[in-house]
Design a protein around this ligand. Structure first.
Ligand code: SF4
Length: 338
């Protein structure tokens, strides 16, 4: 029996249990009728301890961002629970909800579109401070200057506008803004993918330093597996709304078990140019979550699918301590010899 994808209860800041987000597909203009259900997130469970990074990886449309939107309380789950500091978010009082909104912040992919071009940097950073805290003008100014220093900028940058900065500097401003409410959890949605390669490491290192200094927890959403490997304490691989494998980054990248994870890793750049890696090319597109395949939803693309795969949904198995996979190759099904 696997408990919520192997994470322990102790020290978890946030825990998702059986989270589902299903969208009805409606037809008709006046008399609307439900003609289908899109299962964007379909039973996701994981936990993020204090001061750690949990990463979600997978192709576009697999449910990573929908999961994060529910953590940010932008959307309500259809089913399942999210526990924050041990309390179900459904049971939050108004003041708990307010506290939650200040303690959970997000940094998005494109700092250009997430910063208001008409606002000066001091106003951008101080906006959440003013919303969530009762501070004097002097206190706000002091905190803005401190935040700029913390993210590697300077107090004189406070009077400038976003267009006066490079992409990396804009992302530093977005991070300063997110830090302004002293969050415990930050959702990092592709935080470096819009930046030049030369700048990415600087921003990732900044995020790591901030995590250590403030014991921040991160939910990282990223396509780049090198970023995920560098930043994470645990990694969940998503496919069609479900987590199909979860492990520590070292274990996942050296010993991937699920055929989909193997294909994802084989398609990424090797850690060193001298390393040889045989690329597994998946056939076909990701199926529509409106009409997912039966059994294991990966079976139409799986290079090693066998007898139970099209009909039986594989259950979660903990193959080695902390390494979880959902695949019939590990459920005791009789695997044909190749
Ligand atoms: Fe492939 Fe079957 Fe495993 Fe699904 S359950 S990943 S189809 S082997």
């Amino acid at each position: 029996m696997v408990q919520t994808n192997g994470a322990t209860d102790t020290g978890d800041l946030i825990r998702l249990v059986g989270l589902k987000k299903h969208y009805p597909v409606l037809k008709g203009i006046i008399f609307q009728k439900t003609v289908g259900i899109v299962k964007a997130v379909d039973g996701v469970s994981f936990a993020i301890p204090e001061g750690q990074t949990y990463s979600l990886v997978g192709e576009s449309g697999c449910g990573k961002t929908t999961t994060s939107r529910q953590i940010l309380m932008v959307e309500q789950p259809t089913e399942g629970e999210i526990y924050y500091q041990g309390k179900s978010m459904r049971e939050f009082t108004t003041s708990e909800r307010r506290d939650f909104h200040s303690s959970v912040q997000a940094v998005f992919q494109d700092p250009w579109s997430s910063l208001n071009p008409r606002m000066r940097v001091d106003n951008i950073i101080s906006e959440p401070l003013i919303t969530h805290q009762n501070l004097t003008k002097q206190e706000v100014k002091k905190q803005v200057n401190e935040l700029l220093e913390v993210v590697g900028l300077h107090a004189f940058h406070a009077e400038r506008y976003p267009h006066e900065f490079s992409g990396g500097q804009r992302q530093r401003i977005a991070i300063a803004r997110a830090l302004s409410t002293r969050p415990k959890l930050m959702v990092l949605d592709e935080p470096v993918s819009a930046l030049d390669v030369s700048i990415r490491a600087q921003i990732l290192n900044l995020l790591k330093e901030l995590q250590q200094t403030y014991s921040l927890s991160y939910l990282l959403i990223a396509h780049n597996l090198a970023t995920v490997r560098y930043m994470s304490h645990r990694v969940g691989v998503m496919y069609l709304g479900k987590i199909i494998e979860e492990a520590s980054p070292v274990e996942l990248f050296t010993n991937p078990l699920h055929p989909y994870t193997k294909a994802l890793i084989s398609a990424s750049l090797p850690a060193h140019p001298n390393l040889q890696r045989e690329e597994i090319v998946l056939t076909g597109e990701v199926p529509s979550p409106l009409d997912p395949p039966s059994g294991c939803t990966f079976h139409p693309r799986c290079p090693v699918a066998f007898e139970p795969c099209p009909d039986q949904i594989p259950v979660i198995e903990e193959v080695t301590p902390g390494h979880i996979v959902t695949c019939h190759l590990f459920t005791g099904a009789e695997v044909p010899s190749s």
